[in-house]
Design a protein around this ligand. Structure first.
Ligand code: MG
Length: 239
């Protein structure tokens, strides 16, 4: 538990979203199990499919980030391109890609959950009159739907999604834009909390924010920064 003086001078707390506020990894892994069962009926080598997907999807996402393909095109082609490589006809590949995406999203939206420490911590921060932001990388459509499904819009002051903002963490412009929309003038009065050392913690620290690594799974032994396993450890306590 952190004493109230830990929050002296803090005007805003900014959270990362996936795997910081919500357990996206669990939802993603479960959704992929469902896709596996669909793929197993349609293609021979599911393992090889995912191996190719792991190469192709990030490349395609880079093109989306550069504005060269739309999100819808990225979303479809990350599957349909691989099916075309496997010899599928275009129409059939697009149909299966659409089915895989729909099943994936339906499942993620349905089972995605906030971590149990989130609501309590946000309420405590709000009681200190500290502003709250969410700064997340990803497509606007997907991030927005997840944040909406978890009813977070009403609990925070600002949400900045890279797909809409045009800038991604850890680029300094992402942190500058967030500060501006929160109407905060002094970088050292913002505290960033996130699960990514590179994107969240170091990105924020380089910009002059204070930052904390939320290492829920105990993946980091000595990250060289302030580390917590749960938001409860940052809960403001009196005295
Ligand atoms: Mg994250």
């Amino acid at each position: 538990m952190k004493r109230l003086d830990f929050y002296n001078g803090i005007e805003a707390v900014v959270f990362d979203f996936d795997d910081t506020l919500c357990d996206y990894t669990t939802a993603h892994n479960e959704a992929c199990q469902i896709l596996n069962s669909i793929l197993a009926e349609e293609i021979c080598d599911v393992e090889r499919y995912w191996k190719r997907y792991a190469e192709h999807a990030p490349q395609l996402f880079k093109l989306h980030n550069k504005g060269e393909v739309s999100f819808q095109e990225y979303w479809r082609r990350r599957h349909s391109d691989i099916l075309l490589e496997l010899g599928w006809e275009s129409e059939q590949a697009n149909l299966l890609a659409s089915c895989l995406n729909q099943r994936y999203m339906d499942h993620v939206y349905r089972i995605l959950k906030l971590f149990p420490d989130v609501i309590c911590y946000i309420e405590k921060i709000r009681s200190l009159r500290i502003k709250i932001g969410i700064l997340t990388n990803g497509s606007f459509e997907f991030q927005h739907e997840k944040i909406s499904a978890l009813n977070l819009y009403g609990m925070v002051d600002r949400v900045q999604i890279s797909g809409e903002a045009g800038v991604s963490k850890p680029h300094p412009k992402a942190f500058r834009k967030m500060m501006s929309t929160l109407c905060i003038g002094r970088a050292s009065s913002v505290l960033m909390i996130g699960d990514s050392l590179e994107m969240d913690v170091l990105g924020a620290a380089d910009f002059g924010w204070r930052s904390v690594l939320l290492d829920r799974k105990g993946l980091f032994e000595d990250p060289g920064c302030l580390k917590i396993r749960s938001l409860d450890e940052l809960s403001p306590s009196k005295g």
